[in-house]
Structures are given as structure tokens and as C-alpha cells.
Design a protein around this ligand. Structure first.
Ligand SMILES: [Zn+2]
Length: 155
């Protein structure tokens, strides 16, 4: 079950009031985005667990790794101050969301595209240099998300 590391999004005691609001708002939007991507979570004291792999994907059509559903069980999504945009580690299955996404004006749909973009880096079964056209195609056609598939030019 993919893990949304809630504590990483919860503001720390030493954080500035503006940041506290922004982090709380981002956490709220991350929960909505994950609900759209996977469905209802299992809520535990240390975070939210998402049993179902992302909806709308097909291993063969989308050229995903044969064990992508198994990989989903080890995906961790966390907020990270050392990340500016968003990153995916294809070895540890860790997705980091950085401070750029603390901007409240970022639409939920765009945040959903970014989270899926990073998850797809982990799932795709092809050389990294071929990932971006395929990720954009999946977001647009397989998932049917409207508008620009990569609104921030996420790497
Ligand atoms: Zn990318």
C-alpha cells in the first residue's frame, strides 16, 4: 500500500505562520489528490495507506513494469524541504513534493498531474530518456486529465 507520509506535511512548531497555513493547505490537497488517484485510504497513526494502485492504468497499453502493482505497495509520498519541485526515486520508490507546491493557487488537477508524473517515472518499463513523452501520453489519454499534461514542465 502506498504511504502518504502525513507527518512530513504537518507544520513543525518552529515554522512561520504563513508556512503553517501553506503546509496545512497542501496536506488537504494531497489527500484529495490521492483519493482521486487511488481511492479511500486506510488511516493509521503514522500516515495514510492507499491499498489500490492508481486507477486508469494498463500495464500493456501504458508500458509499465510487470510488477507495478507490487511496486505501489512500497511507494512513499512525502513533503521535503530539500526538494524544490517534485522528484521520484526509481530505486527507493520515494516521491518527494517540494516547496514550490506550497503555493495555494496551484489547482488540485495540476497537483494530481505532478504526483502521477512522478509515480509514472517509477512504474515505466523503458529507458528514462523515453519517459516524458510516455508520461504525458498516459496523463492525457489513459487517465483523461484535461489540459496540459505537464503544466509546470516537471522534470
Ligand atoms: Zn519527469
Amino acid at each position: 500500500m502506498a504511504f502518504l507520509y502525513i507527518d512530513s506535511f504537518v507544520p513543525g512548531a518552529s515554522e512561520l505562520p504563513g508556512i503553517v497555513d501553506d503546509k496545512n493547505a497542501l496536506l488537504k490537497r494531497m489527500k484529495l489528490v490521492m483519493l482521486r488517484i487511488s481511492g479511500e485510504p486506510v488511516i493509521t497513526s503514522y500516515g495514510y495507506l492507499y491499498p489500490k494502485p492508481p486507477k486508469g492504468l494498463s500495464r500493456s497499453r501504458d508500458q509499465l513494469k510487470s510488477n507495478y502493482k507490487k511496486i505501489w505497495e512500497d511507494v512513499i509520498i512525502a513533503f521535503d524541504w530539500d526538494t524544490y519541485g517534485a522528484t521520484a526515486n526509481t530505486r527507493t520508490y520515494e516521491v518527494n513534493i517540494g516547496e514550490f507546491f506550497l503555493k495555494k493557487e496551484i489547482p488540485e488537477l495540476d497537483l494530481q498531474k505532478v504526483v502521477m508524473h512522478e509515480i509514472l517515472h517509477i512504474f515505466l518499463d523503458m529507458p528514462r530518456s523515453m519517459h516524458h513523452p510516455q508520461i504525458n501520453k498516459i496523463i492525457k489519454h489513459s487517465l483523461g486529465l484535461k489540459g496540459e499534461p505537464n503544466p509546470f514542465g516537471t522534470d
